[in-house]
Design a binder for this molecule. Structure first.
Ligand SMILES: NC(=O)c1ccc[n+]([C@@H]2O[C@H](COP(=O)([O-])OP(=O)(O)OC[C@H]3O[C@@H](n4cnc5c(N)ncnc54)[C@H](OP(=O)(O)O)[C@@H]3O)[C@@H](O)[C@H]2O)c1
Length: 253
């Protein structure tokens, strides 16, 4: 897989799956733009990508802020003269809660940083992709949206909106050479606080034990290669699709 000279924007790329994708596609030759909310995390991601010899730009930008997203994409386009790919990966979270306790603030946060953040990022990159007649957009969502998941109502609902936007974007931009696909990843280890009680870790281990491949996904080795395929020429006849990159977990949900 060769992504040489491709400019790939990864929102929420300072940790977890996002930084795994940044390291992987950077290793395939891409120039990467990574965003996050926290300046420390953004700075650390920049230092790591620099140490790896990856040509990069790091920007503090909240995905809910359409203007900040547009400015970030403009800065990247000014630097390299092109935007080839977007991985709309950032989303903020809320604690697990029963639907009866969900507030407007909970719904707003998930929708502002999920489907709306994804749409603002798409709107910022698409003019560049249209001009080039080539573009790749990868959105991220959760299998919990398909299956339902007690305690995760706002998150699951907002992620189904992301999948819907993915299909509409694919329909609207296919003739422009732009493909738009959604990945449902499973990679939870980085979300577990090693200092926290082992109860949550045990629950995750039991969940993965029930999956066909039987283990957690690794951001770099398991999730990122599938995303790289969707960012490459090789996926040119794939659009509007949702692909579970979860060790087959969706079959056990
Ligand atoms: N991990 C999984 O198993 C799993 C399963 C299904 C779907 N997903 C989806 O995959 C994506 C990545 O998940 P993850 O586990 O890697 O998440 P994570 O470890 O919590 O990392 C989230 C990343 O997004 C950034 N971020 C959060 N809110 C942001 C905002 N409002 N604006 C800009 N950046 C923001 C974070 O940076 P800051 O710390 O600076 O905010 C961080 O870089 C998410 O969309 C998630 O819903 C993950």
């Amino acid at each position: 897989m060769d992504l040489s000279e491709r400019v790939i924007v990864i929102t929420g790329g300072t940790k977890g799956i996002g930084i795994g994708i940044a390291r992987h596609v950077g290793g395939l030759g891409a120039r990467v733009v990574v965003t996050g909310r926290k300046p420390d995390g953004v700075e650390a991601a920049g230092a790591e990508l620099g140490d790896l010899g990856i040509d990069h730009l790091v920007v503090v930008a909240d995905v809910a802020d359409a203007d900040a997203t547009a400015a970030m994409v403009s800065e990247a386009a000014s630097r390299w003269g092109r935007i080839d790919g977007l991985v709309a990966n950032a989303q903020s979270f809320r604690p697990v809660m029963d639907l009866v306790d969900v507030t407007a603030r909970d719904m707003d946060l998930l929708f502002d940083t999920g489907p709306k953040g994804t749409l603002w990022a798409m709107q910022a990159v698409v003019p560049h992709m249209r001009a080039a007649g080539w573009g790749r957009i990868v959105t991220m969502a959760t299998s919990m949206g398909l299956t339902g998941a007690a305690g995760y109502g706002p998150y699951a609902a907002s992620n189904e909106a992301i999948r819907s936007l993915t299909r509409t974007a694919a329909s609207e931009w296919g003739r422009d050479g732009i493909t738009v696909n959604c990945v449902l990843p499973a990679s939870a280890a980085h979300r577990l606080d090693p200092a926290a009680s082992s109860e949550r870790g045990a629950a995750f281990a039991a969940m993965y034990d029930d999956h066909p491949i039987g283990r957690d996904g690794d951001p770099d080795a398991d999730i990122a290669p599938a995303v790289a395929f969707l960012l490459s020429d090789a996926s040119r006849y794939v659009t509007g699709q949702t692909i579970s990159v979860d060790g087959g977990g969706i079959m056990r949900a």
